[in-house]
Ligand binder design. Structure first.
Ligand SMILES: *Cc1c(COP(=O)(O)O)cnc(C)c1O
Length: 228
């Protein structure tokens, strides 16, 4: 995406430091295959069953392709098993119980699951994510689980139309991330990922220091959701 390169240039950042997670929710395996052909390797899915089915379809079409699948949707505790068995990353861990189940259910033949802790950066009362003040305790607890690796933080701030407002909230996420990364504690050796920014706010997220933007519409076009 040219927009990431432009945003990096505006922010004085090296584009190699900002990854693109292509959010393929609601799009079929064919759209993923097209993106793979164009060089994309990391894909994000929100809905677990849809994601598991798509992973299987893409794997059947491209056996042995080194793709990464990231779960970026909410996870109820009775849905952890398919996530542990099929995904490579999870961005939406916001309580210890979910992390414990993911660790226990991660199959031995797979590498550890890569985890971002979801933080409720702007403090909306109805939103998922651990409160910023409680995030470090959760990071430390998750870091002790044997089959998980803590990679960083993830945030989904409420949409703010103004660039400056987006920037301020993304900067507070970056500050929290930097504090934790600077601790250099055992278990945080791989704490290198700040998953922040979507199609509407990726410029501000990159300016603030995101290392991984999650882009759906900007990669695949508009989504149509099936009627409920
Ligand atoms: C859908 C979604 C995205 C991508 O949103 P776009 O606005 O299409 O870029 C990113 N992150 C999460 C958690 C999402 O649910």
């Amino acid at each position: 995406m040219g927009r990431i390169a432009q945003a990096c240039q505006a922010a004085g950042r090296d584009p190699a430091q900002v990854g693109l997670l292509a959010v393929s929710k609601t799009f079929g395996a064919d759209a993923v295959l097209e993106a793979v052909a164009a060089g994309q390797r990391a894909f994000g899915e929100n809905y677990i069953q849809e994601g598991v089915d798509k992973i299987a379809a893409v794997r059947a079409a491209l056996p042995g392709a080194a793709l990464q699948w990231h779960c970026i949707g909410p996870i109820q505790s009775n849905k952890t098993r398919p996530v542990a068995e099929h995904f490579d990353w999870v961005h939406t861990v916001d309580r210890l119980k979910i992390a414990e189940r993911l660790s226990a259910q991660r199959p031995d033949h797979l590498p550890p699951l890569q985890i971002c802790i979801q933080v409720n950066i702007d403090g909306g009362p109805t939103k998922s994510g651990v409160a910023p003040a409680e995030a470090l305790d959760l990071v430390r607890a998750v870091a002790k689980l044997p089959r998980l690796v803590v990679r960083g933080l993830m945030g989904i701030p409420d949409h703010a139309p103004e660039f400056e407002a987006q920037l301020a909230i993304h900067r507070s996420a970056r500050a929290l991330f930097d504090q934790m990364a600077a601790l250099g504690e055992p278990g945080l050796e791989h704490f290198d990922t700040l998953s922040l920014g979507m199609t509407a706010d990726l410029d501000a997220a990159i300016q603030a220091g995101s290392t991984l933007v999650r882009v759906g519409t900007g990669v695949f076009g508009g989504r149509t959701y099936p009627a409920a």
